[in-house]
Design a protein around this ligand. Structure first.
Ligand code: FAD
Length: 318
């Protein structure tokens, strides 16, 4: 069976959920060979094996943390040369997309970004994308070289599928560009204790209807009762009520959770672009004509200041 390279996103050995989702998709098109780089790379092996990795290629070097993405691209290329895979899968994070683009250029292959599904096809993997502000769903296949595909978080289930997970050290020689951009400082964001927006299974978002930074406390309370991440529309972000890192939409982040709850958000096309692929959409809006209601699975016409706290109380009783 053909091998499929899976680039591993991890933090000090803790594998992030989008990588486990990639393993589910990789198993549809071949045998997953994982590439884990940097500090804690070897510690990823057990988790990766539990989710179907037949092999885990690891490398650690100061270059991975001291410089931007090129050393990681060098390592991925070393893995590519060693394995000659049928496809290369990378999580659709900002860094993942840069790594994928660079490796595609190097190996002279086509690239598909932000896939939301992947299946085996007679002439190679077929990727599904949601395009033009989610107005269309397309299926495409790469016709040149080895397919390089980035996949959005929450696009596939995490499945246990025990495999060998044999660990092999990858020998990497860094290219001349590897040390081109040095990282001078890393400032970790203050943790809210909530899940990362793009990876969360549930997102609760607030818009202009929330009417003030202080009122986001009710959105956060609902989010916390559900173990959800908090999102915001651009109107709320532009008003300075919530950080841009939480903006959902065309110029913010794209989310695809199991459940998206929009409160006081009208449903402009640019907002929809970032959340329309959510599995179940709920809106709370006092205007029954708001466009968001065209999109929802469940809609509540009402004042969010009444509905959201009631919902939070109800969730807490369960
Ligand atoms: P509004 O459109 O003002 O809607 C507020 C809603 O709240 C209304 O429907 C109202 O009925 C309801 N409401 C008010 N009070 C209450 C209450 N008490 N209870 C219940 N409901 C209430 N937008 C994004 O979100 N993300 C983007 O990434 C983004 N990118 C953009 C990029 C470009 C190039 C452009 C031009 C625009 C972009 N926008 C983006 C902006 C977008 O067009 C909308 O202006 C924005 O999404 C509106 O935010 P909103 O729904 O919160 O506000």
């Amino acid at each position: 069976m053909a091998e499929v390279l899976v680039y591993v996103d991890h933090v000090d050995g803790a594998v992030r959920k989008p990588t486990l989702e990639l393993l589910t998709l990789a198993r549809r098109i071949g045998e997953p060979v994982a590439v884990a780089l940097g500090s804690g790379a070897e510690a990823t092996a057990a988790t990766l094996a539990e989710h179907g990795a037949v092999k885990v290629l690891t490398a650690d070097a100061p270059e991975f943390t001291d410089y931007l993405v090129v050393p990681k691209v060098d390592a991925l290329q070393a893995a590519y040369d060693a394995v000659s895979p049928a496809a290369v899968l990378v999580p659709s994070s900002a860094e993942g997309k840069e790594i994928a683009a660079r490796i595609a250029v190097r190996i002279e292959s086509g690239i598909i970004t932000d896939a939301i599904d992947l299946e085996a096809g007679d002439e190679g993997p077929v990727a599904t994308q949601s395009v033009f502000a989610a107005a269309f769903t397309t299926k495409s296949r790469i016709s040149k070289g080895t397919p390089v595909i980035t996949v959005k978080p929450n696009s596939a289930p995490v499945e246990a599928a025990p495999a060998a997970g044999a660990v092999e050290a990858l020998s990497v020689s860094f290219s001349a560009q590897a040390t081109g951009t040095k990282v001078t400082a890393r400032t970790p964001r203050e943790s809210t204790g909530r899940p990362e927006l793009t990876e969360a299974a549930i997102v609760v978002s607030g818009g202009r209807g929330v009417n003030g930074a202080e009122n986001f406390a009710i959105i956060e309370a609902l989010a916390d009762s559900l173990g959800a991440a908090v999102g915001a529309s651009r109107a709320a972000v532009d008003a300075g009520w919530y950080p841009h890192s939480n903006q959902v939409g065309q110029t913010g982040k794209s989310v695809s959770p199991q459940l998206y709850i929009a409160s006081g958000i009208s449903g402009a096309i640019q907002h929809r672009a970032g959340m329309q692929t959510s599995k179940t959409i709920v809106a709370i809006n006092k205007d029954a004509e708001a466009p968001i209601f065209d999109l929802v699975d469940y809609g509540v016409v009402g004042d969010l200041f009444e509905v959201v706290p009631q919902l939070t109380d109800e969730v807490k009783t369960r």
